[in-house]
Design a binder for this molecule. Sequence first.
Ligand code: ZN
Length: 204
Amino acid sequence: MKIICIGRNYSEHISELNNEKPVDPVIFLKPDTAVLLKKQPFFIPEFSQDVHYEVELLVRINKVGKYIQEKFAHKYYQEIGLGIDFTARDLQQKLKEKGLPWEKAKGFDGSAVIGEKWLNKNSLDNLNNINFSLFKNNKPVQKGNTKDMLWKTDEIISYVSQFFTLKIGDIIFTGTPHGVGRVETNDQLTGLIEEQQIFSIQVK
Ligand code: ZN
């Protein structure tokens, strides 16, 4: 199982990090060891003083595919989920400045929260108009809507499948909206799709 992440997919998030708007989707991977195990808290790693939450909508691949055309991409997933792409922002910034890969800042153990609850896409009216949000200690910190994605899910699947064969169980993180921020010990992070709670995790 692999985790494919899309960077810079919401323009307001691109602005908040002073990044340039990309010509093509920004893609990076997390190893399977990045998945935060069920019911476990997230431990802030020792190598970072500035770990950020990034809430993101997820899709789970349910069919093997390569060179998937955009018009057929909808056949390759049935479920929509929600997760967090934890990012060691201080380390990522250093790596970015040197033009080096981001993996240490993005792929460390526990950095991929995958909500235990998945929604059948048929239960959602319009995949290009899904509200999702992240609450920190019961206060809203991120609100997103899929209509603001620069690349929609089907375009992402088509694009990434040119480079990586998609396999059953692979998960795509589709990018974060604005409002990312630092986590502190004892924070409680709760993610919702529309009004439904998808995950709630503790930071240690
Ligand atoms: Zn992200």
